[in-house]
Design a protein around this ligand. Structure first.
Ligand code: DX5
Ligand code: ZN
Length: 221
């Protein structure tokens, strides 16, 4: 499966955002990872609905919208989605996960199921027809700059096997959290194919964005 990079825009330099987006377009970056936090599902706040609208108009790269919000089923109509956008819904955020994933599809976007590190993989089995991708959180969601939870690497490998054995080889696996150059290689080998790149790699302090994109492509080859 094609390997794709999804830079985490909460880690971008907002004072230079236009320039950085142009660089990412020139490098053929596949997605822009947009963290939406509500201070309830996770204790933090980050990006919002108006930012998504502005990005849709300013940039041609599809969005990978990560909803870390309580009861997303009640709030989806506040968001603007394009048809190539991924929208990830946390299993832990709603009692109606199947309905919410279908609501994403009905809204014209691509549903992705997000799992916290402690959420077991068997919940995926009941949702296979409803999803285009699974997001494996490799840290607990909420903050940039955390350390990889080591057992999530094996979780990626077990998920890839489960999806292939069940006849869903086209369901993609994204990983999010401490995706350093070194960890990206391990995640790629385990079977992930979309990589959220934040402060551990593309946006490491002092590093050059273009050089880091090249280095990241090498890491996930
Ligand atoms: C939360 C975010 C963070 C972060 C990724 O969902 O997506 O995980 O921006 O970057 P790191 O973990 O490298 O700081
Ligand atoms: Zn995220």
């Amino acid at each position: 499966m094609d390997k794709k990079i999804s830079p985490s825009l909460m880690c971008a330099n907002f004072l230079e955002l236009g320039k950085e987006l142009k660089q990412l377009e020139e490098h053929g970056i596949e997605y822009l990872h947009i963290d939406i936090m509500d201070g309830v599902f996770v204790p933090n706040y980050t990006l919002g609905t108006d930012f998504i609208k502005k990005l849709h108009r300013a940039c041609s790269i599809p969005l990978d919208i990560h909803l870390m919000i309580d009861r997303p089923d009640c709030k989806l109509d506040r968001f603007e989605f394009n048809e190539d956008d991924y929208v990830s819904i946390h299993y832990e955020s709603t009692p109606h996960i199947q309905r919410t994933l279908n609501a994403v599809r009905e809204a014209g976007a691509r549903p992705m199921l997000a799992l916290n590190p402690a959420t077991p993989l068997n919940v995926v089995e009941e949702l296979l027809p409803d999803i285009d991708a699974v997001l494996i959180m490799t840290v607990n969601p909420g903050y940039a700059g955390q350390k990889l939870i080591p057992q999530t690497l094996d979780k990626i490998a077990r998920l890839r096997k489960m999806l292939d054995d069940a006849g869903y080889p086209n369901i993609e696996i994204e990983c999010d959290g401490n995706v350093s150059f070194e960890n990206a290689t391990k995640m790629s080998r385990a079977g992930a194919n979309i990589f959220v790149a934040g402060t551990s790699s593309l946006y490491a302090p002092g590093a050059d964005l273009s050089e880091n994109v090249k280095k990241f492509r090498e890491a996930i080859k």
